[in-house]
Design a protein around this ligand. Structure first.
Ligand code: HAM
Length: 426
C-alpha cells in the first residue's frame, strides 16, 4: 500500500465541525472593526525576504530561525530572488501602503486576517501555520489612537465572551532614547558576561533589549537588577505614555505596567502592549502590538507614525466559550422516497430557501430507504424532516416531522408548508 500522506506538523486542518466557531469569531471581529471605522486589506502570503529582514529585524528569532524561505526561479539573465512566506502581517501592510500611496498625508485605519507561517517548535497554542487578525492605524501620532486600539480589543473580548485576560503595557521610547538605553544595557550586561547564556551573549551586541525577555531562570536575578527602561525614557515618550494610561484609567480598563515587555520584533517604539492569559501555558500572549513610528520611513516611505496589533486566532478560539458558536445545523432535512418525490422535493427546497434566506435546507441525496434517510436526517441535527413519498405526491401534501421534540408529525398541503415551518422553527 502507498504511504499515507500527512499534513506538515504544526499546520492544521480546520474541519467542518470546527469552522462555525471560526466564522463566529471572524464575524464578531468584522462587526467590531466596522464600528470603529477600520477597513479590510488583503495582502499576498509571499513577499520578498528582504522586506521581513528590514522590518522585523535581522537578529530576531523570526528572521534568524523561523521563516520559510526559498529562492525563486530566475531567468537566463538574472538569479531568482529570495522569497518568504509571511511570518506576520505588519511588514506586508506597510509595504502595500507605501507602494499604493495610502500613507502620504493621510490617516488610515485598516485590518487584515489570514495565515502566517513560522517554523517554531509546535506545541499547544503554537503552530507553524497559524492565523492572525491584525489591525493597523497610520498617520496618527497622539496616544488617543493607541487607546482606541486597546478599547477596541476590550470590546471584542466582551463580544466573544473571553474573560480573564490581563493587559500589560510598556513604553520603549523614541529610537534615540532606546539607543541610549541600549548602551546602558550593553555596559551593564558586559559586566556580567560570564553569567550570561549563549543566546544572551550573542544578543549582547546585536539586540541587548531581548536579553530582558529571556525565559532562562538562571538569568532572572541579573535581569531584575538591570537598568530600568522607564527611567531612561525621553520626556515626550513619558508624556505620551502617561496620556495613554490616563485615557485607559478613564475608560475603566485595567492594566499592568511591565517594564520588561520589549516584544520580539525590532520595529517598535514608544507604546507596546500584550493581552495575556493564564490558561494556555507558555503561549500566554493572545494579542500583541504597539507603535512603530519609524518603520514606514525605514522601508522607503515618507515618515509616518503608526500603531497596531495582531491577535492569534487559534489562541482566542481556545479561550472562547463553547456556547458562542453559530449553529450550523440544518433547519430542515428533506426525506424524498422515489424519483418523482426527489424531483418535486428539490423544487420545494428551492422555494423554501427563497422564502426564508436564513433557513438551512438539506435535501437528501443518493437515494435510500425511509430508514436510511431518517438516519441521515437525525445525524445532520436538523430540527424538522419534510417527507415526500407516494401518497404525499398523489395528494399534493408533505409530512412535517419534528426531529428534536416529541411533537406529533402532521400532514399539510404543499401550499401551507412554509407557514407550518415558520411556526415549527420559531
Ligand atoms: P507577534 O507578537 O509576533 O506580533 O504575534 C501576534 C500574535 O500572534 C501573538 O500575540 C499570538 O497570539 C499570535 N502568534 C504568534 N505566533 C504564533 C504561533 N506560532 N502560533 C499561534 N499563534 C501565534 C506580530 O506579529 C505583529 N505583526 C503585531 C503587530 C501588528 N504589531 C503592530 N502591528
Amino acid at each position: 500500500m502507498a504511504e499515507k500522506l500527512q499534513a506538515i506538523r504544526g499546520m492544521n486542518d480546520i474541519l467542518p465541525g470546527e469552522s462555525a466557531r471560526w466564522q463566529f469569531l471572524e464575524q464578531a471581529v468584522r462587526d467590531v472593526l466596522d464600528q470603529y471605522g477600520y477597513q479590510e486589506m488583503r495582502m499576498p502570503l509571499v513577499e520578498k525576504t528582504a522586506l521581513f529582514c528590514r522590518s522585523i529585524g535581522e537578529v530576531t528569532d523570526i528572521v534568524e530561525k523561523e521563516m520559510y524561505t526559498w529562492q525563486d526561479r530566475g531567468s537566463d539573465k538574472k538569479e531568482g530572488e529570495l522569497l518568504s512566506l509571511r511570518p506576520e502581517g505588519t511588514a506586508g501592510c506597510v509595504r502595500a501602503g507605501i507602494q499604493q500611496g495610502l500613507l502620504v498625508n493621510q490617516q488610515q485605519r485598516v485590518w487584515y486576517q489570514g495565515p502566517m507561517f513560522r517554523r517554531e517548535r509546535p506545541q499547544k497554542g503554537r503552530y507553524r501555520q497559524f492565523h492572525q487578525i491584525g489591525v493597523e492605524a497610520f498617520g496618527i501620532e497622539g496616544p488617543d489612537i493607541d487607546a482606541e486600539l486597546i478599547l477596541l480589543t476590550a470590546r471584542l473580548w466582551q463580544r466573544l465572551g473571553i474573560k480573564g485576560l490581563r493587559l500589560e503595557l510598556n513604553s520603549l521610547g523614541t529610537s534615540e532614547s532606546r539607543q541610549q538605553y541600549r548602551e546602558q544595557l550593553v555596559n551593564y550586561f558586559s559586566g556580567h558576561i560570564d553569567q550570561l547564556d549563549e543566546d544572551s551573549k550573542r544578543r549582547l551586541e546585536s539586540n541587548p533589549l531581548r536579553i530582558l525577555d529571556s525565559k532562562n531562570p538562571a538569568l532572572a536575578d541579573i535581569i531584575a537588577a538591570a537598568p530600568s527602561l522607564p527611567d531612561s525614557l525621553d520626556d515626550e515618550s513619558k508624556a505620551h505614555f502617561a496620556a495613554l494610561c490616563a485615557v485607559l484609567d478613564n475608560a475603566g480598563i485595567d492594566y499592568e505596567l511591565n517594564p520588561r515587555l520589549v516584544r520580539g520584533l525590532d520595529y517598535y517604539s514608544r507604546t507596546v502592549f500584550e493581552w495575556k492569559t493564564d490558561q494556555l501555558g507558555a503561549q500566554d500572549a493572545v494579542c500583541s502590538g504597539g507603535r512603530y513610528d519609524g518603520l514606514v520611513e525605514q522601508l522607503g516611505g515618507r515618515s509616518t507614525t503608526a500603531v497596531g496589533f495582531a491577535m492569534g486566532v487559534e489562541r482566542l478560539l481556545a479561550l472562547m466559550p463553547e456556547t458562542n458558536e453559530r449553529d450550523a445545523k440544518p433547519h430542515v432535512y428533506m426525506v424524498l422516497v422515489g424519483d418523482a418525490a426527489q424531483a418535486k422535493g428539490v423544487a420545494i427546497a428551492e422555494a423554501l430557501r427563497s422564502h426564508q434566506r436564513a433557513w438551512r435546507v438539506l435535501v437528501n441525496a443518493g437515494g435510500g430507504s425511509f430508514k436510511a434517510q431518517f438516519k441521515r436526517a437525525d445525524k445532520s441535527g436538523a430540527a424538522v424532516a419534510v417527507v415526500i413519498a407516494e401518497s404525499e405526491l398523489e395528494n399534493d401534501t408533505v409530512v412535517v416531522k419534528p426531529l428534536l421534540t416529541d411533537q406529533e408529525q402532521q400532514t399539510v398541503p404543499v401550499a401551507a408548508l412554509a407557514d407550518t415551518l415558520e411556526q415549527q422553527l420559531a
